[in-house]
Design a protein around this ligand. Sequence first.
Ligand code: PMP
Length: 396
Amino acid sequence: MQLARRISRLSTESAFAMVPVVAKMRAEGKDVISFGIGEPAFDTPQNIKDACIKAINDNQTHYASSSGLLALKQALAKEGGKFRGMNIEPDEVVVTPGSKPIIFGSMHAILDEGDEVIYPNPGYPTYESVANFIGAKPIALPLWEKKNFSFDVEMLKKMVNKKTKMIILNSPQNPTGSMLSDKDLEEIAALAKKFNFWVMTDEIYSKIVYEGKFTSIASLPGMKERTVISDGFSKAYAMTGWRLGYGIMPKELAKHITTLEINANSCTNTFVQIAGVEAINGDQSEVEGFVEEFKKRRDLTVKLLNQIKGFKCQVPKGAFYVFPNVSEACKNLGFKDSLQLQAYILEKANVLVLARTYFGPKNAGENEEYVRLSYVTTPELIEKGLERVKKLVEGK
Ligand code: PMP
């Protein structure tokens, strides 16, 4: 088949690649417990669903404006500005089907072939994949366990140069759950201004914070004009399947992202956007309850993981992932890496965890092994799943 060269440069998101594997195992009658994909086990709050149903019955079923419904952009500008302590105008907001089009679109609008883009590693695989697709040069910024999965500022300073066009941040982070400190954000902001590069900050987990306070780098002086915020409804409002996200960015860039949307999607689903207005402006108590519940599940997961021989797990501050060090377990079982451990646990215990390699290649000097668990499933399944892993790994 004759295809474009660029298509082979696009890689996949492993969590999605494992969905059919688990589905097949379940179809074969296996009782699989998945700590794989990161989506809240909660259902979307009723007020949001009602708003959507009403919008359909009101025949809000036509095209919407390509940058998003004005009512939603106004709601997002107001709420997003209050949340981040900054002023946001509705025409600095672009609404998209999920937040991924903001990542994809802003990288396409900003990066040329050969431009350097620094991204966190381990990290969300889409950043590196899209950079390669464009022909830009992805430069991995290592996150270190001994620094609570943050980076080394001196190392970052050495990576930045005049070819650097963008740095990608993700705090709270997937897959480690770590958060950038205000001091780190200030250092990055100083570098961005000095070397005149963009920041793309993926804030999809900004409402899922258990300890400390979330800060957006866009709110720091002189940063708004060089920052793209990517955010969405999937995680905070348990709306993954609705596909509703948005970006906050300088007006000039918003126009280009809108043009990309016109070419790729025409617009975001109209009645879904109306439900989005209700999500933002309506009662927040159910959504706040999600975070309390996630925190309990985090604590349970960390406690049980630390009781497994050869597993060592930090307590992450946000998102809904843990990233235990499993080097000892791999060694005890004679596995060369966490991928082998993942395969063993899936085959023998019917439990899915995701290996380190799914979140980027190992960094130079990184000798440890890790897996990611998404603890969004129920406490009962967390207990049952980790009991199975414990028995298997400890050979009982
Ligand atoms: N960024 C990160 C870090 C994520 O983990 C995810 C979802 N797994 C997304 C972006 C995409 O979310 P959505 O497209 O559903 O808004």
